[in-house]
Design a protein around this ligand. Structure first.
Ligand SMILES: Cc1ncc(COP(=O)(O)O)c(C=O)c1O
Length: 371
């Protein structure tokens, strides 16, 4: 079965082999070296400037764990942008961690507008932090971070917490340029690893403010995890096989090993850009295929995610398409929650190739019949 759901996604055999390495102790020099090996690749993934004081780190938990960890370092009111299931989840996490959290609702498939966000910050603030899901996996809508950064520049005391769970390693993140304070992702999406590990990047001002927060918890205390990472020690036993897998994947991306045969990037930064180009092309191809079948994406073209296409499917038998593809060896997803049977989602993320996408689309044509 070829996995095209919007995560977990297909994992290359080379990565699976990394997970099968012999066990090592987590309080060893080998483990410290493995942790240190991750930083250059993660800094490229998060788009951290070379001289930036921002810090990257890794934790053994799923992405939801880091949504909670991010908020455990925030004291004060939170504004949660909710344009889909994962924006809603972050709002629920904020409420469950005792924050006075206000939801800023956006129609599913849409992205928050600059005026709408600015008005909410001015009229309902002050807020200690804004939570945003950059790439809404339930709707396939990607919010342009430059737009949010511009608004937040006018509210300099408000931290910007961003979920790039299904986007990191599928499109460029510009952590410093967009004034992000806490950015997080999980391993099983566009990084194309098995699930179980989460990665994040923090600004110095997030860290400063978090140090003032008492009772940040233990396992999800963001500073305990960060300080451990910086010292090349984890506060508790990490999922070591996934550390090997992440290190290998970051090395492979930087070397261009996941690019189409023949593409030879000049350096690591060029290799990352070329990877993002592949995802942009897969998005464009999926949208043009959908159009050829008389179907449209749920988000407007400028908000279409490079990693998850959410296609409106009221005019076809959505469940039949999903089932027919499964019979042919391809797994895609029906719509999420209230979008079930009204949309379907294709996760063209991670290490999927354009040639493989053609096979999937041909199989979809086969299921749908001559159009
Ligand atoms: C955008 C987004 N945020 C958060 C999550 C939660 O991730 P996890 O299930 O790894 O906790 C997901 C999972 O699909 C997601 O797509």
């Amino acid at each position: 079965m070829s996995l095209w759901i919007p995560g977990p996604t297909e994992v290359r055999p080379e990565i699976l082999a990394e997970c099968a390495r012999p066990a090592i102790g987590h309080r060893t020099e080998a483990m410290s070296a493995l942790i240190a090996r991750l930083d250059p690749g993660l800094r490229l993934a998060f788009g951290v400037d070379e001289a930036s004081p921002a810090q990257v780190a890794v934790h053994t938990c799923s992405a939801t764990g880091l949504m909670e960890a991010a908020l455990r370092g925030v004291s004060g009111r939170v504004l949660s942008i909710v344009g889909g299931a994962f924006g809603r989840r972050w709002h629920q996490v904020a409420v469950s961690t005792g924050h006075d959290a206000v939801a800023l609702d956006v129609p599913w498939g849409d992205c928050v507008g600059a005026d709408q966000l600015d008005r909410a910050l001015r009229e309902q603030g002050p807020f200690a932090a804004v939570t945003l899901v950059c790439n809404e996996t339930s709707t396939g809508a990607r919010t342009p971070l430059a737009r949010v950064a511009d608004v937040l520049a006018g509210h300099p005391d408000t931290l910007l917490l961003v979920d790039v769970v299904s986007y990191l390693a599928g499109g460029p993140v510009e952590f410093d340029r967009h004034g992000i304070d806490f950015c997080l992702a999980g391993s099983q999406k566009a990084l194309a690893l098995p699930p179980g590990l989460a990665v994040f990047c923090v600004s110095p001002r997030y860290v400063e403010r978090a140090r003032e927060v008492e009772h940040r918890g233990y396992y999800l205390d963001p500073l305990k995890v960060l300080d451990g990472h910086v010292q090349r020690k984890t506060p508790s036993t990490p999922c070591i096989p996934l550390y090997y897998a992440l290190a290998r994947q970051l090395d492979d991306i930087a070397a261009g090993a996941t690019l189409p045969a023949g593409e030879r990037p000049a350096d690591a930064a060029a290799a990352w850009r070329a990877r993002f180009d592949v995802h942009a092309r897969m998005q464009a191809r999926t949208a043009s295929w959908a159009a050829s079948r008389g179907l449209e994406l749920l988000p407007s073209p400028e908000h279409a995610s490079p990693t998850v296409s959410c296609v409106r499917s009221e005019s076809i038998d959505t469940a039949g398409l999903v089932a027919g593809l499964k019979e042919r060896g391809f797994e895609i997803s029906n719509g999420y929650g209230e979008l079930k049977n009204r949309t379907f989602r294709v996760g063209h993320m991670g290490d999927h190739t354009e040639a493989e996408l053609e096979e999937l689309l041909a199989a979809a044509d086969d299921v749908l019949g001559a159009g």
